[in-house]
Design a protein around this ligand. Structure first.
Ligand code: PGA
Length: 248
């Protein structure tokens, strides 16, 4: 039985004190050990939010990482720095980073690998554009992203530590959600792809989230799908809606 994982990606929202106020206000209502709940604030808020989450089951996640250990990389953040503020998860390859900051599949793979080496679990985002879906290319696009992201990562880590987030780009921040059956279809396809790359054991264990306009009114339908093990929530994670989603 795969444990569900619901993550809130605050993106570039909330100052440190705003994030602290908000998380303090909701934390008792999202504190559960039945599912993994992950809060991913901006880098500058991580340390403060780590303190806020102390004594709860809620996990802390970063939104990005650099794929070198240390050195002359102005503006970047190394994995052991994330670990030092108690991050146990980190989002990599979000479409906003792929599109706005030219992140390639190769960079996503390097980031996932260095996170795993540093005891942080990567949440690897994949997903197609509307044009790719309209041209029926979505399965090919997502398969390639998954295969490249997981290159040289062992099955044990994929089964136990990697999370894949299927986020169709046309559904992010648009209010348009993939239907539960579209989301299920792709999450199953990703699971089958991973099964072909590794084994049926890895296929059965790897956790796959859906992300893209998840709201309280569609969360249950999506999260009850057979191959969907959680949600990556953007806009709705900045409001009380996140409490409702976690308690779907
Ligand atoms: P959204 O964002 O929930 O605002 O659509 C999801 C995401 O980008 O992870």
């Amino acid at each position: 039985m795969r444990k569900k994982i619901i993550a809130g990606n605050y993106k570039m929202n909330f100052t440190v004190s705003e994030a602290e106020y908000f998380v303090n206000n909701i934390k008792e209502r999202i504190n559960t050990d039945e599912i993994d709940v992950v809060i991913c604030p901006n880098f500058v808020s991580l340390d403060r939010i780590s303190n806020v989450l102390d004594g709860t089951n809620i996990k802390l996640g970063a939104q990005n990482v650099y794929y070198e250990k240390k050195g002359a990389f102005t503006g970047e953040t190394a994995p052991d720095m994330l670990l030092s503020v108690n991050c146990s998860y980190c989002i990599v390859g979000h479409s906003e980073r792929r599109i706005n900051f030219n992140e390639t599949d190769e960079m996503v793979n390097k980031k996932a690998k260095i996170l795993l080496e540093n005891s942080i679990n990567p949440i690897i985002c994949v997903g197609e554009t509307l044009e790719e879906r309209n041209n029926n290319l979505m399965f090919d696009v997502v398969k390639k992203q998954v295969e490249k992201a997981l290159e040289n990562i062992n099955g044990e880590d994929v089964a136990n530590r990697v999370v894949i987030a299927y986020e169709p780009i046309w559904a992010i921040g648009t209010g348009v959600t993939a239907t539960a059956s579209q989301a299920q279809e792709m999450c199953k396809y990703i699971r089958d792809t991973i099964g072909n790359m590794y084994s049926s054991k890895v296929k059965d264990k790897v956790r796959i989230q859906y992300g893209g306009s998840v709201k309280p009114n569609n969360a249950a339908e999506i999260l009850n799908m057979e191959d969907i093990d959680g949600a990556l929530v953007g806009g709705a994670s900045l409001t009380e809606d996140f409490v409702a989603i976690v308690n779907y």
